[in-house]
Design a protein around this ligand. Structure first.
Ligand code: CP
Length: 348
């Protein structure tokens, strides 16, 4: 009996890349992913998606609830010919009966990608340290990088006349959330002007500001940190997000009283931004809290394009991170295995 090597699967150690944060990728890498998104969105629109994830699986670990991230990854894997497994903390041993190291190593022997939405960045980073397949950060306490790929792409789809991505001025109005940090890093990497408009008490930590300023140095971008909502004037994009998230429930009252009403994105605030300013929100939104329903439903709002582009982003990420390691086998190779196995079975 001839046995294959210790793992029958294609381990991706060589050239393995994880998608934990956009800072790990150059502007050229991120632009390549955006280009792939455009091609895959067109293929989806033509109902002709190439099966570039055929026979592969993505394990989806969720420590927190999700609508968009879960549905978009599961749908993306299926549309590309693969499969997704939903794993909640109730279903697996992660961090309780089994270490991150062992979980990462075991999943790597069975699936081709691990996607994890986690309470703490160290969990997704720990999985990546030990996994031999790509690990994707599906949101952590610090970052939400897959959201940001959808956001950049949505901005590209709605660019003001004559402007490119690097010409945009983006204002994030509200708390220093994981979306705020990820947008701050990505926008400054692309040379945009990024304004974080937030009360002093909840402003972004210096560590984020340092990263964004370093990006600006090489990209020509600009970072503005202010508590003055008048700074929305002239911005191309206004972004809102929740004023508190899981784990911040204790601060709910102080947060709401600090942010509301001044930092709520209203029609008046959008007017102040200018006639062509777009509105974005990663969703879910608490309408009448961080933004009004009128703004969400207005012609300036691109929130549902943004949500749909979560699927566009996940398709591109699954393909980008696995294509060079897991080539779809030729029909001849599959036929050779089939002939051999059926020959064996027929002789039993
Ligand atoms: N924006 C976002 O991550 O949505 P979900 O929490 O529904 O995944």
């Amino acid at each position: 009996m001839k046995l294959p090597s210790s793992s029958a699967t294609n381990l991706h150690k060589e050239g393995l890349r994880h998608f934990l944060k956009t800072q790990d990728f150059t502007k050229k890498d991120l632009t390549d992913i955006l280009e792939l998104m455009a091609m895959l969105k067109q293929a989806r629109s033509d109902n002709a998606i190439p099966q570039l994830f055929k026979g592969q699986s993505v394990a989806m670990i969720f420590e927190q609830p999700s609508t968009r991230t879960r549905v978009s990854f599961e749908t993306a894997a299926t549309l590309l010919g693969g499969h997704a497994l939903f794993l909640s903390p109730k279903d697996i041993h992660l961090g309780a009966k089994e270490s991150l190291e062992d979980t990462g190593r075991v999943l790597s022997r069975m699936v081709d990608v691990i996607m994890a939405r986690v309470d703490e960045h160290s969990t997704v980073a720990g999985l990546a340290e030990h996994a031999s397949v790509p690990v994707i950060n599906g949101l952590c306490d610090w970052l939400h990088p897959t959201q940001i790929m959808a956001d950049l792409f949505s901005m590209m789809e709605h660019l003001p006349q004559g402007k490119s991505l690097g010409d945009l001025t983006v204002a994030f109005v509200g708390d220093a959330t994981n979306v705020a940090s990820s947008l701050m890093f990505a926008c400054t990497k692309f040379g945009m002007t990024f304004k974080h408009i937030c009360p002093e008490r909840f402003k972004a930590p210096q560590k984020w500001i340092d990263i964004a300023l370093e990006n600006c140095e090489s990209s020509g971008g600009k970072l503005v940190i202010t508590d003055n909502t008048d700074q929305v004037a002239g911005c191309d994009v206004i972004v809102a997000d929740s004023f508190y998230w899981f784990g911040q429930e204790d601060e709910k009252d102080i947060r709401l009283s600090t942010f509301i009403p001044e930092y709520v994105v209203t029609e008046d605030l959008m007017e102040k931004a200018g006639p062509d300013a777009m509105f974005m929100h990663c969703l879910p939104a608490n309408d009448q809290r961080e933004c009004t329903r009128e703004v969400m439903e207005s012609s300036r709002s691109i929130i549902f394009d943004e949500a749909e582009n979560r699927l566009t982003a996940q398709m591109a990420l699954l393909v980008y991170l696995t294509y060079h390691h897991n080539k779809v086998p030729s029909d001849e190779t599959v036929m050779a295995h089939k002939t051999k196995i059926e020959g064996f079975l027929n002789n039993l």
